[in-house]
Design a protein around this ligand. Structure first.
Ligand code: PMP
Length: 305
C-alpha cells in the first residue's frame, strides 16, 4: 500500500503517497486510540461522487467526541479533503479512508501533550468480499470472540482499537474456510460481522439487531430507507443465531461490503443457500442509488468536482 504513486491529504496538504509517513512512536500506533471512516465514491453519469459524505464526516466527529479527541479541522474542511483526495488522484471510483490519530509528542497512557493529525487517503478498491460474493453470497461462521460490551468499548465510535476484536474474529473464520465472521454480543445475541451490519429476512419481513453492540452503519441506515421505498417492513430487534439459521435470507451491509448475501452460517444453508429475492432487490436498488441511477436518492451523492 505504501509504495505507490498518488497523493494523500495529510493535515491539510496533499502529500506524495510515499512521503505520508509518521514516527514509530506515534501514540495511536501503540494504544489504538484513533478514529476513522471508510467511505466510497462511485462513478455516476455526472462523474465521481461520494456516497453519503456528510453522514460519514458526522460519524467521524461523533467518534472523536466519544473518544474525547479534538479534531483540528472543521467538518467542511474534511468534506472538502475527501473530495480533493478523489479528485487529485484522478479516481472515477474510490474507497476513502479518513483517519484521526495522536502524534508522537509523548508516550504512556497519561500523555497529555499530544497533537491530533488527520489524513484522507483514496484509492481504487473493488468489491470487498469479491465480485462473485455479491451474486452467490458468502459462508459465515459464528465467532468464538464476543463483540464489544458497550461499557468496554463504546460501539457508537468507529475507533481504531475496536478492530483488534474484528481481526481476531475474521482470521478465525478465514482459517476455518469461511469468508466472514458473525460476532455475538456479550449476552449471546447477534451483533454484526467483523466490518458489516447484518440483516435477516423471514416471511417477507426484514430484521436487524438493535444498536447496542454494533456500529451504527451508514449502509444499515441506507437499507432502512431503501426497504421503506420498496414497501418492506423492517424491524430492529434482538436476534439469536438460530433465528439466522432458519431465516429465508440473510445479508451483510457495509461501505466496503456493500450488500453481500449470506448463503451459509455455521455449515447451515440460509434459505435456498443462494441470494434471496428481497436481498437481490435491495442490492440492485443500492447499486442504482450509489451509482447515481436513481433520481430519488441523488441527494446522497456529492460530486468531487
Ligand atoms: N460494523 C463494523 C464493525 C464496521 O467496521 C462497519 C464498516 N464501517 C460496519 C458495521 C458498516 O458500517 P458502514 O455501513 O457505515 O460502512
Amino acid at each position: 500500500m505504501a509504495d505507490r504513486d498518488g497523493l494523500i491529504w495529510f493535515d491539510g496538504k496533499m502529500t506524495p503517497w510515499r512521503d505520508a509517513n509518521v514516527h514509530v512512536l506515534t501514540h495511536t500506533l501503540h494504544y489504538g486510540m484513533g478514529v476513522f471512516e471508510g467511505v466510497r465514491a462511485y462513478q455516476t453519469p455526472d462523474g465521481a461522487a461520494i456516497f453519503r459524505l456528510q453522514e460519514h464526516t458526522d460519524r467521524l466527529f461523533d467518534s472523536a467526541h466519544i473518544m474525547n479527541m479534538k479534531l483540528p479541522f472543521s467538518k467542511e474542511e474534511l468534506n472538502e479533503a475527501q473530495r480533493q483526495a478523489v479528485r487529485e488522484n484522478n479516481l472515477s471510483s474510490a474507497y476513502m479512508r479518513p483517519m484521526a490519530f495522536y502524534g508522537s509528542e509523548g508516550m504512556g497512557l497519561r500523555a497529555n501533550n499530544l497533537s491530533v493529525h488527520v489524513i484522507v487517503a483514496a484509492w481504487e478498491w473493488g468489491a470487498y468480499l469479491g465480485e462473485e460474493s455479491l451474486q452467490k453470497g458468502i459462508k459465515v461462521r459464528t465467532s468464538s470472540y464476543t463483540r464489544h460490551h458497550v461499557n468496554i468499548s463504546m460501539t457508537r465510535a468507529k475507533a481504531n482499537g475496536h478492530y483488534i476484536n474484528s481481526m481476531l474474529a475474521l482470521n478465525e473464520a478465514l482459517a476455518c474456510g469461511c469468508d466472514e465472521a458473525l460476532l455475538l454480543d456479550p449476552e449471546g445475541y447477534v451483533a454484526e460481522g467483523s466490518g458489516e451490519n447484518i440483516f435477516v429476512v423471514r416471511d417477507g419481513v426484514i430484521y436487524t439487531p438493535e444498536l447496542t453492540s454494533c456500529l451504527n452503519g451508514i449502509t444499515r441506515n441506507t437499507i432502512f430507507h431503501l426497504a421503506e421505498h420498496l414497501g418492506y417492513k423492517l424491524v430492529e430487534k434482538r436476534i439469536t443465531r438460530d433465528e439466522v439459521y432458519i431465516a429465508d435470507e440473510a445479508f451483510f451491509t457495509g461501505t466496503a461490503a456493500e450488500v453481500t448475501p449470506i448463503r451459509e452460517l455455521d455449515g447451515r444453508p440460509i434459505g435456498t443457500g443462494q441470494r434471496g429475492p428481497i436481498t437481490e432487490r435491495l442490492q440492485s436498488l443500492y447499486f442504482d442509488v450509489v451509482k447515481g441511477r436513481n433520481e430519488e436518492f441523488k441527494h446522497w451523492l456529492t460530486p468531487v468536482v
